[in-house]
Structures are given as structure tokens and as C-alpha cells.
Design a protein around this ligand. Structure first.
Ligand SMILES: Cc1cc2nc3c(=O)[nH]c(=O)nc-3n(C[C@H](O)[C@H](O)[C@H](O)COP(=O)(O)OP(=O)(O)OC[C@H]3O[C@@H](n4cnc5c(N)ncnc54)[C@H](O)[C@@H]3O)c2cc1C
Length: 390
């Protein structure tokens, strides 16, 4: 039987999360430690401790690591509530890229790697990165990977350059994608490696200046300069990086949808309040059809986005990979929610583009959502190919 009802205990937890974010986290949105390069580590740690005190830290993690092992549907409900503020997921340790990295490591890392690289991230003590995208190689097409690894039977040596690497500056757990060259010991091809961010071969060239500022430490340009790693640094099997990346990406792209849905709802609530109270031409602007239709379009979009997310989650909770459905969800939700944010700016009039309300920040931060974890066109390319295959 298909059932859309949210169980009472999950609804209560959702409300508790929303209250926590509104009461404890929203006040930090004007903290100077929320910089042009995202929240600083100091701010993140302060927020994490607030969530820890409320037992709301890393609730999605497997129970074996101290989390509650939430299902995908449960995540959808909780992350939507956390997303009311872009700092909510940072506090609760369910923001990108850590959330997707924890998921991947919980599936692929061996017990020693779990203790060294995953457990401290789950505990909120350190951050992680996923280093795949390159200026002259992997991007929409990860198969173009150009960062190179060699193996002499004892150590790997990695050389190459990456950019747009979220959280690079200050992260300790590094998941690095590089192309392993032909060697007599292991299969060649795209491979994942685990490294400590303090390795001298990891050089952060700079933090990029981007229009978003919701991700801790922003996005880095990174060079691997003869990065030497031991055999134990191999994550999963050699030559399988693209398969593991897919394992990470399907749920990770959905969790982006969940968090941004919460942010878009917040923008809508501010636009609705403005439409009720601001007057023009003798009545509240919300009573002009042009405005009420914008708010109605938002309501329709928010509802459709939630259903699309829930359906993909439901498939995954029933053991499906849901690659196709998560592609549909990611492309649809990112495009629709950005339109919602844009209409909210419009309803607010001139103040919509100012920091008088948080709508401007949501609009700016959300723009990148249409690009990361697969630009809309790349998802449509995959969906189109599947449609044509029949
Ligand atoms: C805020 C942000 C954070 C990010 N964080 C990380 C991170 O932590 N780690 C990491 O490895 N990467 C990260 N990325 C990189 C992200 O994964 C890439 O931006 C994305 O995969 C697209 O690659 P690209 O930027 O190289 O674009 P390109 O591959 O150069 O593509 C440019 C454009 O070409 C079009 N295009 C490409 N292929 C097709 C096609 N088949 N059909 C139609 N159109 C197409 C699309 O419109 C696309 O936007 C981040 C990006 C952003 C914006």
C-alpha cells in the first residue's frame, strides 16, 4: 500500500528540528564568521556543539557509528526541516560534501579506514572532501579524469590538479579520484584514494571567489604534488572509482534537493508575509492577481518537488538504485526551486535583492545547485538516452 502519511514520531522530530534551527541557528546567519568563503571552521564547530547538545548531530549515520540510521524518506523529512537555514545542515552535520562522503565511506571503507577517516567526521570533529573535478579533465564527464596515480607495489604517487573542491581548506579526510596507471599489482583506471589533509603533497593553491557562501571553507583549487600514499590508502577496489562515485551521487543529489526544499519554503514564507502586509494601488500586493499567482506557482512547485523527492527516496528504501528517478528529481527540483527563489525576490520588490531578508542569500546560494552533482543538462542527457533506449 502506498502511504503518504508521516508517522507521528517522525513528524514530532521534524518539528523539533525546525524549532532548533529557528531558535538556535538562524541567529548565526548574521555572524561575521559566515564569510564570503562560507562558514569558518570556528563557526561550524560552535554550531555542531549546539546540535550535539540537542542530540541532533549526524542523525543519518549508521547506528554502528552512533547515528540513527535514518531511511531515505526519513532523511527527506528531517533535512527539509534542517534546510530552513543553510546553516542548519552545517550544525547537524548533514551538509555537503560531508553527508555524501560519510555515506560513501560507510559503504566502501574497510574497518581501519572507518576508524581513521570516517568516525571523526561522523563525530563532527573533522571535515571531509571529495576531490574529483578538474580544470582540464573530469567535470560533467568524470571519465575525462586526468589526475594520475602510479603504484610501485608499496606506495601510490599522485599528481594532478582539481578545482571547485568544497571544503578543501582545513579538511582532514580526503577522498581523491585519480587514474591509476597500468601496473603489475592492481587493475588500472579511475580509482579512489583516502588521504589525510595534512599530507605535504596536498597543496591548496587558493580558495575560489564564488557567488555562494553556504559551504564551510568555500571551494578550493588544489594541486597534488607527488602525493605519496601507502597501499592502505586504496578506497574499495582499484579501477572502480566511477562506480563508487555513482553510489555516492544518487543519494547525495537527493539530499541537496531535500535541504534546498527547506530553504525555498523559508523564502516563500517571507514572500507570503510581505504580500499580506505591503500595500500598492489601494490593497495588499497579495490581492493583486499577478502576485498571488506567483505565490501559487511557488506552492505548486514546492509540493511537486517534495513528492518527486519522496518517490525517489521510497524507491531507494525499497532497494532500488533509482538512478533514473534521482536524475529526474535533481534536474526538476533544482530548476523549480530556483524559480521559486526568483519569484520570492520579485514579490519582495527592491528589498528582495538586499540583505534586509534572507531571501537574497537563499537565491544566491541556490544558484550553484543547478550545476553541482550533475548540471541539469547532463541529467537530461542521461534521461534522454534512457528514454530513447526504450
Ligand atoms: C558550488 C559547487 C561545489 C562543487 N563541489 C565539488 C566538490 O566538492 N568536488 C568535486 O569534485 N566537484 C565539485 N564541484 C564541481 C561540479 O561537480 C561540477 O561543476 C559539475 O560536475 C560540472 O562540471 P564542470 O563545472 O566541469 O562543467 P563542464 O563539464 O565544463 O560543463 C559545462 C556545461 O556544459 C553543459 N554540458 C556538459 N555536458 C553536457 C551534455 N552531455 N549535454 C548537454 N549539456 C552538457 C552543461 O550545461 C554544463 O553546465 C562543485 C561545483 C560547484 C558549482
Amino acid at each position: 500500500m502506498i502511504d503518504f502519511a508521516i508517522p507521528a514520531d517522525l513528524a514530532a522530530e521534524r518539528d523539533r528540528v525546525r524549532r532548533f534551527v529557528i531558535d538556535k541557528i538562524v541567529p548565526y546567519e548574521r555572524d561575521p564568521r559566515l564569510t564570503a568563503h562560507g562558514p569558518t571552521d570556528e563557526l561550524r564547530q560552535e554550531l555542531v556543539e549546539l546540535a550535539r547538545a540537542e542530540k541532533l548531530l549526524t542523525v543519518q549515520a549508521p547506528e554502528s557509528l552512533g547515528g540513527r540510521g535514518l531511511t531515505h524518506i526519513e532523511q527527506a523529512v528531517i533535512y527539509e526541516a534542517a534546510g530552513w537555514s543553510t546553516l542548519g545542515p552545517v550544525a547537524m552535520n548533514c551538509a555537503a560534501p560531508d553527508e555524501g562522503n560519510m555515506f560513501l565511506l560507510s559503504k566502501v571503507a574497510d574497518p581501519d579506514q572507518v576508524q581513521r577517516f570516517l568516525a571523526p567526521v561522523v563525530a563532527g570533529h573533522q571535515r571531509s572532501v571529495f576531490a574529483m573535478t578538474e580544470p582540464d579533465g573530469a567535470g560533467s564527464d568524470p571519465a575525462q579524469l586526468s589526475t594520475a596515480a602510479t603504484f610501485d607495489g608499496e606506495n601510490f604517487t599522485i599528481n594532478g590538479r582539481k578545482w571547485l573542491i568544497t571544503g578543501a581548506n582545513g579538511a582532514k579526510t580526503w577522498i581523491i579520484m585519480a587514474r591509476l596507471a597500468s601496473n603489475p599489482h592492481l587493475p588500472e583506471g579511475p580509482t579512489l584514494f583516502l588521504a589525510d589533509g595534512d599530507e605535504p603533497g596536498i597543496v591548496i593553491e587558493r580558495t575560489m571567489n564564488t557567488m555562494d557562501r553556504n559551504y564551510v571553507a568555500g571551494h578550493g583549487v588544489v594541486r597534488f604534488d607527488n602525493l605519496v600514499l601507502p597501499r592502505e590508502a586504496l578506497l574499495g577496489e582499484a579501477g572502480q572509482a566511477l562506480r563508487y562515485a555513482q553510489l555516492r551521487l544518487a543519494p547525495a543529489r537527493l539530499t541537496h534537493c531535500m535541504r534546498w526544499l527547506g530553504a525555498a519554503e523559508r523564502a516563500q514564507s517571507i514572500a507570503v508575509e510581505h504580500a499580506r502586509t505591503r500595500t500598492a494601488f489601494g490593497k495588499p500586493i497579495g490581492e493583486h492577481e499577478g502576485v498571488s499567482f506567483m505565490l501559487a506557482d511557488n506552492e505548486i512547485a514546492l509540493h511537486q518537488c517534495r513528492l518527486t523527492i519522496w518517490h525517489a527516496c521510497w524507491l531507494m528504501d525499497n532497494g532500488e538504485k533509482a538512478r533514473h528517478e534521482s536524475s529526474i528529481a535533481k534536474s526538476f527540483v533544482s530548476e523549480e526551486l530556483f524559480k521559486v527563489a526568483d519569484r520570492c525576490v520579485q514579490v519582495l520588490g527592491g528589498i528582495g535583492i538586499s540583505d534586509e531578508t534572507v531571501v537574497e542569500m537563499i537565491f544566491r546560494d541556490m544558484r550553484a545547485f543547478r550545476l553541482y552533482d550533475g548540471p541539469t543538462e547532463v541529467h537530461k542527457y542521461a534521461i534522454g538516452r534512457k528514454v530513447l533506449r526504450g
